[in-house]
Design a protein around this ligand. Sequence first.
Ligand code: GLU
Length: 303
Amino acid sequence: MDLQALLDDLAKEAAPFAAQGKVADYIPALAAVDPSRFGIALATVDGAVYGHGDWREPFSIQSVSKAFSLALVLARDGEALWRRVGREPSGNPFNSLVQLEYEKGIPRNPFINAGALILIDRLLSLTGDSLGTLREFLRTESGNPAVDVDREVAASEAAHGHRNAALAHFMASCGNLENPVERVLDHYFRQCSLTMSCADLARAGLFLANHGLGADGSRLLTRSEAKRINSIMLTCGTYDAAGDFAYRVGLPGKSGVGGGILAVLPGRGVLCVWSPALDTHGNSVAGVEALDRFTTRTGWSVF
Ligand code: GLU
C-alpha cells in the first residue's frame, strides 16, 4: 500500500470538514489558532514516518497528554490506581462536576479532567515532578528534545481554570488527593500546554502499538498494560463521543481540545491528526473524518 499517497488523499478529503467545527474558545490562548491548519502523520513500528500538511507544526496537545500520564502511572503503580479512579466511559462532558459528586470524588475514568488530575497527583507522589517526568518521557520517545510547555497557553489555562480547580478541590474534600490542590493544578495546566507536532506524537505513542516496547526497544509497559491502555482509549479516549468514535474509526484514540487525535493501530503503528476545529464533544471534526476514512480504506482497525 502506498501510505504516503493515502495520507495525501485523506488530507484533501477530510480537511474541508473543519468548516463544520469550532476552535475551542474557553481557553483564550487556544481560540487564537487558525482553524484551517491540518496535519496528519503515521509512524509505523518498523521506523517509517509519513506525513502531510502541517504534520511537523507543534500544537497544544491538551488531553492527548493523558494517555501518556496513564502509561507512566500504570507502569509504576499498577492496579493500585483503580482504587482512586474508575475505568468506565463517563457519558458526560470531560469537565463535568455533577457525576463526581454523585460518585463521591472517584472520577469515572482517567481521561476526564478529574481522572487526569488523579494521574498527576499520583505521579507527583511517585516522582516529585509529574510534568518533568512526562516531558522527559515524551522527549525520549518522540526523539525531539525540544518538546516543551507553551507558557502562554499554560497561563491562559490557569487564569480560566475554575472548573478544574473545582474538580480538584472536590476530590480533596473527599480525601482523594495526596498533594496540595494548587500543586496538582499547576502540573495539570502545564501538562495540557505541552506542544508537539503530529510527527512527535505519532512517534511518542509507538510503544502503545508495539505492545509496550519503547523507542530504544526497552520495555516500558507489559504487553498486558499496553493492551489495557489501548482498551481505555477505545472506551473513554474521545470524550462522551467515544461510542461514535469506536463506531466510525474502530481504533483506540485519545483526543484533545487543541484539535489533536492520537490513534493506535496495534502491531502496525500510530496515526496522529491535527485540525483545531472541534465538534460539540471536543473532538476534531476533520480529524475524526480522516481517521474514519483511513480505517475504511485500509481495513486496519482493531475489528
Ligand atoms: N486543558 C483542558 C481543560 O482542562 C484540557 C481539555 C481537553 O483537552 O480535554 O479543560
